[in-house]
Design a protein around this ligand. Structure first.
Ligand code: AMP
Ligand code: GLY
Length: 441
């Protein structure tokens, strides 16, 4: 790719809080020219030119990028990546950030990713894959409980059911394979062993040769405090994740991250972009719960505000295969992203509520996930509405600052979890106590 040192106009595909955080990071670069967000959202419109083309309208996106002064495209969400949008754009001569369709399969087919891990000895839960209903039902009747049932394909993070007994497991399988609760995504199911341990999210930049992990984070997927309620797209995240010790980092790099990137190369599916490792730190060491072929949401809203290097240069280096010589540095501070959601989410909720911002402190980043802008102000337009991120010296201060900032924002039926970061803080305190006792203090 020949891109000189001039400014680049960048098309960012997607329109959630994660994309807003990416756009804010891109804007800090001296190389960043115009940013087009397809489709973006009300808040993103403050930082970019929003173009009303959906992230899955591949023809529309390619047409826009070829007919407008777009130098580079960053494809962020899973659907367009799985559909091969980066391949179409590259064919038209538009360089991209994001894996090819062939590499995005690491997220879009759990059957593929499980088979990859088995073939290359990458630690994960034991599993079997079924396309036949009778065989799947027979498997869970014999299986230890709880058991985990996963739809093979993309299911907006909701295609995983943890069944406590055989009848729940049978119901889960029927809902996927017969009732098609997740459409075609559930025609094949993966039945796997239930693992226990702390969960960690690790995002890593890679061009297929060099791998640079970002600081670890902890997502909070359930809707309610104490990890109760339904699974959501994520109610908050903290960074770094104190469970991810130096030893866990080393084991993960050696047993999971390096072998995964190598395995994708060997399969002829070189991965370039941001590879997401959803890990469980079990008593047998770290194991992969899931791979994503993209930045996580809301992890990105916690991790990227800590990036000190130039995200435009990083994305270009990944596309050019020169990540090895590109500086990638993160601050050693901590961050907390708190998601403000619409009452009822992740089930039914109302939209169109006026959002009131009252003197939100200037050092707080407010990322818009589901908002609409009119002449009268910002209105809610989704289940997850805003992500409020604070960066501070310590995790304790970051959590406190994010919660303080949330007090300055309101809309009808707004809700948020009150315990984002509390598990991480409790763990940090117990580690300090253990260290002091080791020292005899
Ligand atoms: P996934 O969409 O694969 O990340 O799964 C969603 C959530 O289900 C994970 O964040 C875990 O909390 C849980 N989960 C998935 N697989 C397993 C497993 N094998 N054992 C225990 N929990 C799991
Ligand atoms: N936070 C989990 C995901 O982005 O899939």
């Amino acid at each position: 790719m020949e891109l000189n040192e001039s400014k680049l106009n960048i098309a960012v595909i997607g329109g959630g809080g994660r994309e807003h955080a990416i756009i804010r990071a891109l804007k800090k670069s001296p190389r960043c020219g115009r940013i087009f967000a397809l489709p973006g959202n009300g808040g993103i419109a403050e930082d970019a030119e929003c173009i009303n083309i959906s992230a899955t309208d591949l023809d529309g996106i390619v047409e826009f990028c070829t007919e407008n002064p777009v130098d580079f495209a960053a494809v962020i969400p899973d659907d367009p990546l799985a559909l091969g949008l980066t391949d179409l754009l590259r064919e038209k001569g538009i360089p991209c950030f994001g894996p090819s369709g062939k590499a995005a399969i690491i997220e879009s087919s759990k059957a593929f990713s499980k088979e990859l891990m088995k073939k290359y000895g990458i630690p994960t839960a034991k599993y079997e894959t079924f396309s036949d209903l009778g065989a799947a039902l027979e498997c869970v009747r014999e299986h230890a409980m709880p058991v985990v049932i996963k739809a093979d394909g993309l299911a907006l993070g909701k295609g995983v059911i943890i069944a406590k007994n055989v009848s729940e497991a049978e119901e889960a399988i029927r809902s996927m394979m017969v009732d098609e609760k997740f459409g075609k995504s559930g025609k094949t199911v993966v039945i796997e062993e239930f693992l226990t341990g702390a969960e960690v999210s690790v995002l890593a930049f890679t061009d297929g040769k060099t791998i640079i992990p970002m600081p670890s984070s902890m997502d909070h997927k359930r809707a309610l405090d104490g990890d109760m309620g339904l699974n959501t797209g994520g109610m908050g995240a903290v960074c770094p994740n104190p469970f991810y010790t130096k030893q866990a980092q080393e084991q993960t790099m050696e047993r999971i991250i390096l072998p995964t990137v190598e395995a994708m190369n060997k399969e002829g599916r070189t991965f370039k972009g941001c590879l997401y490792f959803g890990l469980m730190l079990t008593s047998d060491g770290p194991k992969v719960i899931e791979y994503n072929c993209r930045f996580g949401d809301p992890e990105t809203q916690a991790v990227l505000p800590l990036l000190k290097s130039d995200l435009v240069e990083i994305m270009l280096a990944i596309e050019n295969g020169t990540l090895e010589s590109c500086p990638v540095e993160f601050s050693h501070e901590a961050s907390c992203c708190l998601v403000l959601a619409s009452g009822g989410y992740p089930e039914s909720y109302e939209k169109g509520k006026l959002i009131i911002f009252e003197d939100v402190p200037e050092d707080i980043e407010v990322f818009h996930a589901g908002t609409k802008r009119t002449d009268l102000g910002f209105f809610t337009n989704g289940g997850r509405v805003l992500g409020v991120t604070a960066v501070r010296e310590t995790l304790e201060d970051a959590v406190k600052a994010a919660y303080d900032a949330a007090e300055h924002i309101s809309f009808d039926k707004m809700y948020y979890r009150k315990d984002i970061g509390s598990m991480a803080l409790r763990h940090t305190l117990s580690m300090i106590a253990a260290l002091l006792s080791d020292m005899g203090v």
